[in-house]
Ligand binder design. Structure first.
Ligand SMILES: CC(=O)CC(=O)SCCNC(=O)CCNC(=O)[C@H](O)C(C)(C)COP(=O)(O)OP(=O)(O)OC[C@H]1O[C@@H](n2cnc3c(N)ncnc32)[C@H](O)[C@@H]1OP(=O)(O)O
Ligand SMILES: NC(=O)C1=CN([C@@H]2O[C@H](COP(=O)(O)OP(=O)(O)OC[C@H]3O[C@@H](n4cnc5c(N)ncnc54)[C@H](OP(=O)(O)O)[C@@H]3O)[C@@H](O)[C@H]2O)C=CC1
Length: 293
């Protein structure tokens, strides 16, 4: 059994939030996009319009569909605007305390039957669910970046998630035209349990001087046919998010093989978070990315 989803709230309008709002609106859902920053919301709407326009120019959607999708998205700086949502997807920064505060505040305004989901990359769904008034209607819906392009969404049940919530989330993901992979609730789930240690190892390879940025990325692109090199991908994901995921793996599985590379820590401490701050393993401020090591 599923419940009807018509209106979707998206909390956090960064790269994942704008992608989730984009695909949900294109699939016919009404969307309320929330962020603490009005500037972020403006730039998220501009990004969504840019990505939709590119889809029009590639003839994957019509201009009328672009306009309808944009009309379905409203933006809000406060959580009150999410009160009549049937499903809310939190996709703010990968910090457990921030997410817990958001769930506390949003549950206070939501109708009791609304489903609450997190797009967390790594944090325990059971633990996040326990910070809400509705653990049975809480679930992990984990999209991949870039959301409009990637086919997969991981679904993660917490210990209390009920069948209706799971079936409704599954139907929602399939209405977006994406495939589901079901993961048990272990640190970083499936994709990031495998992908992030690989990225962390690439950073150790750089840290130990085995190769420079260009050599490491070229090796994995040309030698293993990865679409992006691991350092380019780390910059794309965001180095703060990469570090948070490694910390969750390290703490949650208590195994030294997940120790975040000190060089990753240093980049994050410098505020060099990758593409979103224009500097990470590459410097994006010029015409083309230049390696920083
Ligand atoms: C951290 C987590 O919790 C989980 C994660 O998400 S881990 C990250 C998972 N993602 C990846 O591993 C991405 C790896 N990279 C890739 O697959 C590819 O490099 C890529 C799809 C991002 C770009 O592909 P590309 O062939 O180099 O570029 P390009 O030809 O310009 O783009 C391919 C398509 O993606 C679209 N695209 C590229 N970047 C985009 C973006 N940021 N947003 C929206 N669409 C985008 C392009 O418009 C293009 O669409 P069409 O095929 O309809 O024309
Ligand atoms: N990057 C990736 O490849 C993937 C990330 N994820 C997960 O998605 C989530 C978001 O990641 P991503 O989009 O990359 O991060 P970004 O840093 O791009 O965006 C996060 C957004 O959340 C906003 N924000 C912070 N606090 C709040 C709050 N209290 N209420 C509302 N909005 C808030 C931030 O605003 P401000 O900047 O003003 O603080 C920012 O706009 C994380 O949990 C991440 O792990 C999942 C899959 C892939």
């Amino acid at each position: 059994m599923t419940v009807a989803i018509k209106k979707v709230g998206v909390i956090g309008s960064g790269q994942m939030g704008n992608g989730i709002a984009h695909v949900a609106a294109l699939a016919g859902f009404d969307v309320v996009l929330n962020d603490v920053s009005g500037d972020r919301l403006k730039s998220a709407l501009a990004t969504i319009n840019g990505n939709l326009t590119r889809q029009v120019s590639r003839q994957t959607i019509s201009d009328a569909e672009r306009k309808q999708a944009l009309d379905r998205i409203s933006s809000a700086e406060t959580l009150d605007a999410l009160a009549d949502c049937d499903l809310v997807i939190e996709t703010a920064v990968e910090k457990e305390e921030t997410k817990r505060k958001i769930f506390h505040d949003v549950c206070a305004v939501l109708k009791p039957e609304a489903i609450v989901a997190s797009n967390t990359s790594s944090i325990s769904i059971t633990r996040l669910a326990a910070s809400t008034d509705r653990p049975e209607r809480f679930i992990g819906i984990h999209f991949m970046n870039p959301v409009p392009v990637m086919e997969l969404v991981e679904l993660i049940r917490g210990i209390a998630t009920d069948d209706v919530t799971f079936d409704t989330a599954k139907a929602f993901v399939s209405k977006l035209g994406k495939q589901v992979a079901v993961s048990e609730d272990f640190p970083a789930f499936i994709v990031n349990r495998i992908l992030l240690p690989m990225i962390n190892e690439a950073i150790y390879t750089l840290y130990e001087g085995v190769g420079n940025v260009e050599a490491i990325d070229a090796a994995m692109k040309l030698g293993a046919h990865h679409p992006m090199g691991p350092l380019e991908l780390a910059d794309f994901i965001g180095l703060d998010t990469c570090l948070s995921i490694m910390q969750v793996l390290h703490e949650g599985l208590a195994d030294s093989k997940y120790r975040p590379c000190p060089l990753l820590v240093k980049y994050v401490e410098a505020g060099w978070l990758g593409r979103k701050t224009q500097r990470g393993f590459y410097d994006y401020r010029g015409d083309k990315p230049v390696p920083t090591r």
